[in-house]
Design a protein around this ligand. Structure first.
Ligand code: BGC
Length: 678
């Protein structure tokens, strides 16, 4: 790494002092300012970690996503970074993907809106954020060699749509191309992705930077749209070095105008995002307390109450004995591993059992146990590590309530081989629930997991990787200081058998340690990703996309629709019919009467609404017309077919809601951006 680079950071690009062009100091990633090495390096740059990206997506709250982005962007700037490698928006097609925790779930609208808001927040600090990994980088296994196969219409209706929405909303300064191939061509030299879709069709003015080790050529990369080689130490040579550029131009493999274009794109982004006008002034002092509270707000709102029999939660303040079991809940909360790893204030309280230098297994020092003790000052709160199942079951039997913390570590380069909780935790939960019916399971997972014990426990709270203040956030939800309002941004399957790929592509090769290329056939599900696939196949999942309970109840009414110059606007009333304040996510699903889409329904809009007990609010929403349309590759238009469309407000994707209207839409042709074509 260059001597001017910041220690244990992701990357560095030299400036040109003679021309006043600043250096690019690059840091990962979407959860905070990361450190690229574990061990002794950990404490070089403590930072605040947001909850995982999937947790932020679970908030369905774009304002929170923006404020979280603004906070981590401010820490990046304070640490001397002006490029943040954030904005992970790869769609969850594969629940076992080790990086799902960095992304925003399975729906292009939700993911695009949440990640767009976060990028906007980051860039409000006069720094650049990337959006990544462009594109179809949906599993880690074989990421350097795998070939994602997907046709254009499918891609534009699913994976690329998520990118398009986020780019339209936030104008990220840079796009990071992915490692994998798409339709047989590496993403970082892929004319279709970079030149056609991104730069031509979407008019993207910024620059494309490579993922670290994602470049394989000089002329092909440049001609097909790559503007900046990043982390070239990971490439087999410095393909975009001055020498290689000169040679390529001399041999007429690359036109000199293309170099001007690359330069223009990089400098435009740097100017537009304030890198010239707002030079970096690294600060030593960061208000970690205030930043921790911002992270906590997202963690609290992102937790999803999956199940709550007999209203066991919130835990009654009068309980006398609480058993806290497993998950290292005595000292901290889990985080996801890899380049996005933030080392938070207080250090890693759990020595890494993995013996891996990278990606490491890291906990944030925010103890759920201590927070539970704080909110139950009169109860006897006891802890069992869960290693000894009998001891844990005995403790549960002697307690009024048992709270089991179950963890699933996931990380970059490491997909989960299956969706089961590792290390015998299913058996631990079975044993605890057998000795105490009032068992609450708190999950700290990277994404969906299977739950064979699900009928046997009273309550389940999906806390994801809850970030720097995770222990506090969990306890506040458990005791009702916060009313849970997270909703799943991804379907939880009953079992892997329900997935488009019951076994991940390439895993047979993994066993042979043979990293030769292989195809991932996304044609199987096409654009019917996640809940759309479940709908299409008639599979009942364990938990539906959009599912999440509250300590209060909500009701929708008065739904009406208006077609204004062809665009659909809806209005409805949402009421809190219960006894306590709470936030609801009004979810709008669209379905055509004539089955012309990839699946029966699509998410068409959403709104998070905060309501006091008994309060009622009017909500209006405009629906992106592309969500009523199908994409035509032939003339690059979106087309709405004349016909009847149902607009439903539902609690989740599987909810057969009675709050719907039917609208007769005329035929319409829209351009790539969804604007009408006469
Ligand atoms: C990851 C990127 C990351 C980069 C720099 C790569 O391995 O895929 O997401 O930004 O490293 O650390």
């Amino acid at each position: 790494m260059h001597p001017n680079a910041i220690r244990h950071s992701a990357g560095y690009v030299e400036g040109i002092p003679r021309l006043g062009i600043p250096e690019q100091f690059q840091t990962d990633a979407g959860l905070g300012v990361a450190v690229q090495q574990s061990g002794a390096a950990e404490r070089v740059r403590e930072g605040t970690s947001l909850p995982s990206g999937i947790a932020t997506a679970s908030t369905w709250n774009v304002d929170l996503a923006r404020s979280g982005g603004a906070m981590i962007g401010s820490e990046a700037r304070a640490r001397g970074f002006n490029v943040m490698l954030a904005g992970g928006v790869n769609l969850m097609r594969e629940p076992r993907n080790g990086r799902n925790f960095e992304y925003a779930g399975e729906d292009p609208l939700l993911a695009g809106k949440i990640v767009g808001a976060q990028i906007g927040g980051i860039q409000s600090n006069h720094i650049i954020s990337t959006i990544k990994h462009f594109a179809i980088n949906n599993q880690e296994f074989g990421r350097l060699v795998a070939n994602a196969r997907m046709d254009d219409t499918t891609a534009r209706t699913s994976d690329l749509l998520a990118f398009q929405i986020a780019i339209e909303d936030a104008r990220p300064g840079a796009v990071m191309c992915a490692y994998n191939k798409v339709n047989a061509v590496y993403s970082c030299e892929n004319d279709y992705l970079l030149n056609q879709v991104l730069k031509k069709d979407w008019n993207y003015p910024g620059y494309v930077m490579s993922d670290w080790g994602g470049v394989h050529s000089t002329a092909a990369a440049i001609n097909n749209g790559l503007d900046q080689e990043s982390g070239w130490e990971f490439d087999s040579e410095k393909y975009l070095s001055a020498d290689n550029l000169k040679k390529a131009i001399a041999k007429k493999e690359v036109a000199p105008e293309r170099l001007d274009d690359m330069r223009l794109r990089i400098l435009t982004s740097m100017f537009e995002n304030g890198l010239f006008d707002h030079p970096l002034k690294p600060q030593v002092n960061t208000d970690f307390h205030a930043n921790g509270l911002i992270s906590q707000a997202s963690a609290e709102e992102g937790m999803v109450l999956l199940k709550n029999n007999h209203d066991l939660l919130p835990i009654n303040a009068s309980v006398k004995r609480i058993a806290v079991i497993g998950g290292h809940a005595d000292v901290g909360v889990l985080s996801g591993g890899g380049s996005s790893q933030v080392y938070s204030v207080g250090g890693n309280p759990v020595p890494d059992p993995s013996n891996r230098i990278w990606p490491a297994t890291v906990f944030h020092a925010s103890s759920p146990l201590k927070a539970i003790q704080k909110y139950a000052p009169h109860a006897q709160v006891s802890y069992a590590s869960g290693k000894d199942v009998n001891e844990a079951a005995l403790l549960a039997a002697q307690s009024d309530v048992a709270v089991v913390f179950a963890t699933q570590w996931t990380g970059e380069t490491e997909d989960a081989l299956d969706l089961g909780l590792p290390e015998g935790q299913d058996a631990l939960i079975e044993a605890v629930s057998a000795s105490n019916r009032s068992t609450i399971v708190v999950l700290e997972t990277g994404g969906p997991v299977t739950m064979p014990w699900h009928e046997k426990v009273s309550s389940i709270l999906e806390a994801w990787y809850p970030g720097s203040n995770g222990g506090e956030a969990i306890a506040r939800v458990l005791f009702g200081l916060v009313n849970p309002s997270g909703r799943l941004p991804a379907t939880f399957p009953m079992s892997e058998r329900q997935l488009p790929r019951p076994q991940m592509d390439g895993t047979a090769l993994l066993k042979k340690h043979n990293l030769i290329g292989f195809d991932i056939d996304y044609d199987i599900e096409g654009a019917a990703v996640g809940y759309k696939w479940f709908d299409l196949k008639g599979h009942t999942p364990l938990y539906h996309f959009g599912h999440g309970l509250s300590y209060t109840q909500f009701a929708h009414s008065n739904l009406s629709g208006l077609i204004e110059q062809g665009d659909v606007k809806i209005r409805f009333t949402v009421a809190n019919t219960g006894q306590r304040q709470g936030k609801n996510v009004s979810q709008v699903y669209l379905s055509p009467r004539e089955k012309t889409w990839e699946a029966p329904k699509r998410l068409g809009g959403f709104k998070k609404v905060d309501l006091a007990a008994g309060e009622t609010k009017e909500v209006s929403l405009a629906i992106d017309p592309r969500l009523f349309a199908t994409y035509s590759s032939v003339d690059k238009t979106w087309r709405i077919k004349a016909g009847t469309y149902r607009v439903t407000i539902a609690d989740h994707a599987g909810h057969d809601s009675s709050v719907f209207i039917e609208l007769a839409l005329p035929a319409r042709k829209l351009n790539l951006q969804g604007k009408p074509i006469q």
